[in-house]
Design a binder for this molecule. Structure first.
Ligand SMILES: Nc1ncnc2c1ncn2[C@@H]1O[C@H](COP(=O)(O)OP(=O)(O)OP(=O)(O)O)[C@@H](O)[C@H]1O
Ligand SMILES: [Mg+2]
Length: 238
């Protein structure tokens, strides 16, 4: 892949796993920035498991949620240039669906959105070592976008290992890790586990755990934005 000459202007939201809350957290950040008067754009470059047909095509629910949260008027295809039907890692889905990941569409959309907005919130897919196409991982996409990464992880048993593995993979690929955000998608957990995990992750990696978002029964991007507004500085996610 050729390196684009683009400024670092945004964050790339990744996670320790699928289903950790990347979309809600990314949408919450977009909602927070939009509500604070920041011109924010959003992007979900590659989605899989697209099913709902709108505009006569497959669409990604993640992309639609982020678009709404950011108050974005950008064309849907800029926000989500690639959407494959099978809910699998993109490299596998593209084989099963017999569709190519259109990198030209992704880079062209990224260039347009990054030129148009002061700040971009990009959601990856799965975690950093998910293969997007042959020889290209999610981490490579973040690297080429020249964006620092925010890692969403679960504040449950196992998070020290999962989070440190993700940070190590990011550092190995020369990604700047802006911080870790704990997010609870289930009830339970507890503050002792979250507090001690935060301390260990910070001690071993030097990366700050900037928020611990609680389980919210009726979670929305707005409820996450409200929580973040009370608990972090805008600079933590900008
Ligand atoms: N703080 C929270 N409280 C309650 N439920 C949450 C919270 N955060 C996320 N969820 C729920 O957890 C599920 C997974 O969240 P989300 O879709 O954001 O994860 P993801 O990491 O983006 O998943 P994917 O890998 O499929 O893109 C969703 O049903 C979402 O509504
Ligand atoms: Mg998602």
């Amino acid at each position: 892949m050729k390196q684009n000459v683009l400024r670092e202007k945004g964050v790339f939201v990744t996670g320790t796993d699928t289903g950790v809350g990347k979309t809600l957290v990314a949408a919450g950040i977009a909602c927070l920035l939009h509500g604070s008067g920041v011109d924010v754009g959003v992007m979900k470059p590659v989605a899989t498991g697209g099913s709902k047909r709108a505009f006569g095509e497959l669409v990604s629910e993640d992309a639609l949620l982020m678009k709404g949260a950011a108050g974005s008027k950008d064309d849907y295809h800029l926000i989500n240039p690639v959407c494959l039907p099978s809910m699998m890692a993109p490299v596998v889905a593209s084989k099963v669906d017999r569709l190519q990941v259109d990198w030209d569409a992704i880079w062209s959309a990224y260039k347009t959105l990054s030129g148009r907005h002061k700040h971009l919130v990009v959601e990856g897919i799965g975690g950093l070592l998910v293969p997007v196409s042959e020889g290209v991982y999610v981490a490579d996409m973040a690297r080429k976008m020249k964006l620092p990464v925010l890692i969403v992880s679960r504040p449950t048993l196992g998070t020290i290992n999962h989070t440190l593995l993700t940070i190590e993979a990011a550092k190995k690929r020369r990604l700047r890790v802006k911080g870790v955000i704990f997010n609870s998608t289930n009830q339970g957990g507890g503050t002792l586990l979250a507090d001690t995990s935060k301390a260990e992750i910070e001690r071993h990696s030097g990366v700050p755990v900037i928020a611990n978002i609680p389980y919210m029964p009726s979670v929305t991007s707005a409820s996450i934005a409200t929580f973040l507004k009370r608990n972090i500085n805008l600079q933590d996610v900008m």
